[in-house]
Design a protein around this ligand. Structure first.
Ligand code: HEC
Length: 157
């Protein structure tokens, strides 16, 4: 079955590589999506450190990181999630933690993605306006990440 599903929010426009996608193409897509997640975590980490008092609040940096996080959430990265790239496929157990259920549960996964888009928009609107307001808006962003990971990402081995 080759489903091409377009998520409004762009995460899992479950795509789109040809059925005979090479192992190399699959591995590149996996690398790209993990890097994308790392870039997202880097930006959230800056904000989290400020919220926890581990790093001095800096309005400009906070605003930039929150805007990045929101912009990242708007990318359409469907091509990074080709069918056949879940962690149950031969040879992929050590390369990806993406659970097969991702490809079977549209649109739930897109809704999870939308939670990130919405929460990061709220945060980006105010992150430069002071530490208190940053603290009040960061929680839902972190939860939006965790909400998807809980259902769609395998535990670390
Ligand atoms: C719609 C679902 C979804 C949302 C929302 C989401 N992630 Fe992920 N994330 C995943 C999946 C699935 C993986 C596993 C990818 C893989 O191993 O191929 C992952 C992997 C990761 C990883 C590990 C990357 C690696 O190198 O193995 C990090 C870090 C991460 N996510 C951070 C975040 C942060 C931070 C947010 C929120 C700002 C977020 N994610 C939002 C689904 C999501």
């Amino acid at each position: 079955m080759k489903a091409i599903l377009l998520a409004a929010a762009g995460f899992l426009a479950l795509s789109a590589l040809p059925a005979d996608a090479t192992a190399d193409a699959i591995e590149k897509a996996i690398k790209a999506r993990k890097s994308f997640m790392q870039v997202s975590a880097f930006n959230l980490g800056i904000l989290g450190a400020m919220a926890k008092g581990e790093r001095e609040y800096d309005a400009e940096l906070a605003s930039a990181a929150a805007k990045n996080l929101h912009a990242l959430s708007l990318q359409n990265n469907g091509a990074m999630w080709p069918e056949g790239s879940s962690n149950d496929k031969p040879g992929l157990a050590d390369k990806t933690r993406a659970l097969p259920v991702i490809w079977a549960s549209y649109p739930v996964v897109a809704e999870k993605h939308k939670a990130w888009t919405d929460a990061s928009a709220d945060l980006a609107a105010v992150a430069g306006d002071g530490l208190d307001v940053l603290k009040s808006k960061i929680g839902p962003v972190g939860k939006s990440c965790g909400g998807c990971h809980k259902e769609f990402r395998a535990e670390k081995k």
